[in-house]
Ligand binder design. Structure first.
Ligand SMILES: Nc1ncnc2c1ncn2[C@@H]1O[C@H](COP(=O)(O)OP(=O)(O)O)[C@@H](O)[C@H]1O
Ligand SMILES: [Mg+2]
Length: 390
């Protein structure tokens, strides 16, 4: 349970005094570990490139060893992610107070001068993006049993954020690289709460920078409409990725297979959903359950947010407490990507896709002459193509 209104007081990780300005700003902040820049500098050996473990939309992430010998993932927020110290710490306070076995632990932060750094518990087994979807560079055997547990664990963490934390938290960036695995391969959701900390728009979504908008609910990408149901959409895409063992977008595949959600829908309609399921050693997969998970993925990615189940219902469906057999699945919503020279702020949609199939006409247009490449979007369902830019 989270409470914004109680006055809180800072808990220092280090008794040394901070700057006067900071002391004034945070004099009544409680229960937030404040790390000095110097101690994080030491922990990461000067933020050395050998300790750098990743780079995302929020900034760079370093592995570090804290003074108590605990390993940490130290996230240096990029320079455009500025907000006042008080607002920053208020958000940090909320994130720090949230504890769940499927959510990453935020140890504390550093707010010195221009520095904004977050210190997280370190997860030993990397992210799903680097392991399951990383193109065979991982030694982890993703058995069906393990994948099932990962899907259910992520659903539990998200249900907690959506329905048990007060006020509820919308993650906004559920994707394979934000699902980390601990030493026992338990899934841990990272980066929750950060969207509010950084910016109200889409600028933190690295999938855009990386060139695929595959996890974004259409209404979020186009109208910036953020609800818990936009997280449900992203979870649905992730679910399909985990079961199929492939990325949501793969332009090396034949046209009709490039978009995972479209592929899933086509196979569902053909009554061949089992073809979406990854290859497992003989007998290692419960194919009926895997197909059920795929159907749940399609329910989560329905075009209309109202048709998507809540996360607690998704969880009940995954563990078999709610039957999905009779659930009606409609055509999912899918976002196609356009790259053009428009002003990103307007996010003007140019959905002038001619044909009414998901596949074939992906709508991707590359303007190689544009020096300033920005992204706008088109979506369509099979049945309708319409301008949603207003
Ligand atoms: N708590 C953590 N423990 C271990 N590795 C982490 C942790 N947090 C982030 N990482 C690594 O750093 C990478 C970059 O993280 P991030 O900045 O959140 O970007 P993104 O989520 O877009 O990949 C992640 O993909 C992951 O490999
Ligand atoms: Mg991340």
């Amino acid at each position: 349970m989270t409470c914004f209104c109680l006055p809180f007081r800072r808990k220092r990780s280090c008794p040394r005094s901070q700057s006067t300005e900071l002391d004034e700003e945070v004099s009544d902040i409680q229960n937030v570990n404040i790390y000095t820049y110097k101690e994080l500098h030491i922990a990461t050996e000067g933020f050395s490139s050998s300790n750098k473990i990743g780079e995302g939309g929020f900034g760079s992430v370093y592995k570090g060893k804290l003074r108590n010998n605990t390993l940490a993932a130290i996230k240096v927020l990029s320079s455009d992610s500025r907000q006042g110290v008080r607002e920053f710490l208020t958000e940090i306070k909320v994130i720090t107070s949230i504890e769940h076995e499927n959510l990453v632990k935020l140890y504390g932060c550093c707010v010195e001068g221009k520095h904004r750094i977050l210190v997280y518990g370190y997860l030993e087994n990397n992210s799903l993006a680097q392991t399951l979807l990383g193109g065979g560079h991982s030694s982890i055997q993703f058995s069906w049993h393990l994948r099932r547990n990962i899907c259910i664990g992520v659903a539990r963490g998200l249900t907690f954020l959506h329905e048990e934390v007060r006020p509820h938290i919308i993650h906004r960036d559920i994707k394979a690289s934000n699902i980390l695995l601990d030493k026992d391969l338990k899934p841990i959701i990272s980066d929750f709460g950060l969207a509010r900390l950084i910016s109200p728009n889409l600028s933190h979504i690295t999938t855009l920078v990386a060139g695929t908008a595959g996890y974004l609910a259409p209404e979020y990408a186009i109208r910036n409409q953020v609800t818990r149901k936009s997280d449900v959409y992203s979870f649905g895409v992730l679910l399909l990725e985990i079961v199929s063992g492939r990325n949501n977008t793969n332009r090396r595949l034949p046209a009709e297979e490039q978009y995972l959600v479209a592929r899933a829908w086509n196979l569902y309609e053909a009554g061949e959903l089992e073809r979406l399921v990854d290859a497992f050693p003989d007998g290692d997969v419960n194919i009926e359950e895997a197909c059920r998970f795929c159907k749940i993925g399609l329910l989560c990615t329905q075009d209309s947010p109202k048709l998507r189940p809540s996360m607690s219902t998704v969880l009940d469906m995954l563990i078999g407490e709610t039957d999905v057999h009779g659930e009606n699945v409609e055509r999912p919503g899918l976002l196609f990507e356009f790259v053009d020279g428009h002003d990103q702020g307007k996010q003007k949609m140019k959905a002038e896709v001619e044909n009414s199939s998901f596949i074939g006409g992906s709508g991707k247009q590359q303007d190689s002459n544009s020096s300033e490449t920005v992204t706008s979007y088109g979506t369509m369902t099979f049945t309708s193509i319409y301008d949603r830019s207003n």
